[in-house]
Write a protein that binds this ligand. Structure first.
Ligand SMILES: Nc1ncnc2c1ncn2[C@@H]1O[C@H](COP(=O)(O)OP(=O)(O)O)[C@@H](O)[C@H]1O
Ligand SMILES: [Mg+2]
Length: 591
């Protein structure tokens, strides 16, 4: 509930609209509540007296009241719709800003599906509460209070009987609500599980088919679907059982009015209850009883809206409260004008509470040096690379970039200085030009101004990407999708490499981005990078001995440690792991 209240702050900009909407709604309710009074007057002073004129005036008044009430409801709903949508807009923007602020380790903890549901369906649930639930609740309370007050004003004794019956109904209702509430929460959880299965099957649609596991996935989905169905049915049955019962109690109110009120009118002297009741008052009472019945049922719906919105608000709040693990330092140091050396000082790092992925690594890389990194999968090569632009902070020790502790550097500058072309080279939706130029902000230009074509072209040449780009009919304007539809793995990798080069970093790291390329192309790209980017520090992580041997110096990684460094020849002599890798690759060649 607290979380929901906190989210209501997003209505702050719409305070006047919300207030006006509530006011209009109260006016509409008042207009409805006046109607039985008009009927009472028509019966007592018109129908009972045979006065057609009075009946006509009353009828006209009823029409005016009905039209007014409708118009007021309409205006009130319109205002609240605007406020609700405005709130949802602001919440979505803030959620997205939060997601953008999250660092790698935060993202490791969140599932994509969870993030999507929070930004979409959870926001909608809260909005629906603002638009429907909140108004219904206010209206129900106003209607219930208003009709009870007017019943008391009309005839206190009869009103007390009504109060007893409605009180009983409300109590029963609250008992039911407390039983159903936790069930509704669990229904929501099962819906989450169902959604997760669905999301996974959409994201991994091709894997499922490749392994012919449709049957397995179908039964998994069916199982969760059934769990959801069963619980939903239980809630549904409970509600269907409850409503006739509540209605029955409501009908009892009519019975009581008819009997007690009827007797009081027939024998005013003998009537112990409801003395002095007129026929018109009896009819009005009847209407008030009906009017009071509706809010009790509506409160039930409201409670559902409220429960769901409260659950969604908690989930939204959780995401909004997520603090990025990597933040700008208090007094950041600028990296501008410094030479791009990299140094690891006794660095250790583990993902979450796992085994250390990097274990006491010390390493100096001079500005302009070219480095090759090799090692078995899982030896910590990618992690080593990720620590340079501060995708993660080390648990102990420090990483220095251009002589500044990465944790002290201006974060944006650090990420422009050191760029890692990542192993899974995801392209964004857009043209090849947009992808290659994604981070290519001109040195002297404002962000957003396009990089000169010559620079993009140069980057593509270094990445050996110009051949296949020029072969395409649309050339640089060819569209690539989220997963680079229409491009082979190797072509995607080359565009990703070009994207990193075009960003013009002083420290460029290629993390296994050449794995989908043939050995020949890989060698070509790496040797031209080493040759052309003389003043830059270039680190190439690769599985191939023939590629890393082009570097000034080779680092061999094993189980998070550096287990050897040197040149190809010296490592062949001194390093067992390097020799093993080299031998398997040379036999592969011979075969
Ligand atoms: N995002 C991650 N969350 C948890 N563990 C990870 C993550 N990335 C890598 N690891 C683990 O860290 C270790 C080193 O992985 P990595 O640096 O990717 O090795 P390499 O690039 O040499 O194959 C492995 O044991 C791997 O399972
Ligand atoms: Mg890796």
């Amino acid at each position: 509930m607290l979380a929901l209240l906190r989210l209501m702050q997003y209505l702050a900009g719409h305070r006047r609209a919300v207030a006006a909407s509530i006011l209009l709604m109260l006016l509409a309710t008042a207009t409805t509540l006046v109607q039985p009074q008009v009927v009472e007057w028509a019966v007592d002073f018109g129908i009972a007296q045979g006065d057609v004129h009075t009946v006509a005036v009353a009828t006209l008044a009823l029409i005016v009241a009905a039209v007014a009430s409708g118009a007021l409801h309409f205006a009130s709903g319109l205002l609240l719709t605007r406020a609700g949508q405005g709130m949802a807009y602001n919440v979505r923007n803030d959620l997205f800003r939060t997601i953008l602020s999250l660092s790698f380790s935060n993202l490791d903890r969140w599932r994509t599906g969870e993030l999507i549901v929070r930004c979409t369906s959870d926001v909608t649930t809260v909005r629906m509460f603002v638009r429907m639930g909140f108004l219904m609740m206010m209206q129900s309370l106003a209607m219930l209070g208003g009709s009870l007050a007017l019943m008391f004003a009309t005839n206190a004794e009869l009103a007390r009987i009504m109060l007893a019956i409605f009180g009983g109904t409300l109590a029963l209702f609250l008992v039911l609500a407390t039983v159903i509430r936790p069930l509704i929460m669990r229904v929501r959880e099962r819906l989450d599980a169902l959604n997760n299965t669905l999301q996974e099957n959409l994201a991994g649609a091709k894997v499922v088919r490749a392994f012919a596991r449709q049957e397995h996935e179908r039964s998994r989905f069916e199982e969760r679907n059934r769990a959801f169905l069963q619980l939903s049915l239980r809630v549904g049955y409970l509600i269907s059982m409850a409503f006739p019962f509540l209605f029955f109690l409501g009908q009892m109110a009519l019975v009581a009015v008819t009997w007690v009120g009827g007797l009081a009118i027939i024998e005013p002297a003998a009537g112990r209850f409801a003395a002095g009741l007129t026929l018109g008052q009896l009819v009005a009472f009847n209407e008030y009883a009906m009017l009071a019945m509706w809010p009790i049922l509506a409160l039930g719906m409201t409670l559902q809206f409220l429960t769901r919105a409260a659950a969604s608000a908690v989930r939204i709040d959780e995401l909004l409260a997520e603090q990025p693990d990597i933040v700008e330092p208090g007094e950041p140091s600028s990296l501008a004008g410094r030479s791009p050396a990299v140094e690891f000082r006794d660095v250790s790092f583990a993902y979450g509470r796992g085994e250390p992925a990097i274990d006491g690594v010390s390493l100096r890389i001079a500005a302009g040096e070219t480095i090759g990194v090799i090692g078995r999968t899982g030896s910590g090569k990618s992690t080593l690379a990720a620590l340079i632009p501060r995708y993660y902070d080390p648990d102990s020790g420090s990483v220095l970039v251009a002589g500044v502790d990465a944790r002290e550097a201006v974060l944006d500058e650090l990420r422009r200085t050191a760029i890692v072309a990542l192993q899974e080279s995801l392209l964004l939706t857009g043209t090849i030009r947009e992808n290659v130029g994604y981070a290519a902000v001109p040195v002297d230009g404002a962000p957003g101004t396009a990089a000169p074509d010559s620079r993009l072209r140069r980057a593509a040449e270094l990445a050996c990407a110009t051949d296949f780009i020029d072969e395409r009919e649309e050339g640089w304007e060819a569209h690539v999708g989220e997963r680079g539809v229409g491009l082979s793995g190797g072509q995607r990798q080359r565009i990703a490499i070009a994207r990193a080069i075009a960003a013009d970093p002083s420290i460029l790291v290629l993390d296994d981005v050449t794995s989908a390329l043939d050995a020949q192309t890989e060698r070509e790209i790496v040797s031209s990078l080493y040759r052309e980017l003389r003043e830059k520090t270039v680190i190439v992580i690769s599985q191939r001995v023939n590629t890393v041997r082009l570097a000034d110096r080779i680092i061999v990684m094993d189980e998070g440690r550096i287990c050897g460094e040197g040149t190809h020849d010296s490592l062949l002599e001194t390093n067992e792991i390097y020799r093993e890798i080299a031998e398997t690759q040379s036999t592969e060649l011979r075969v």
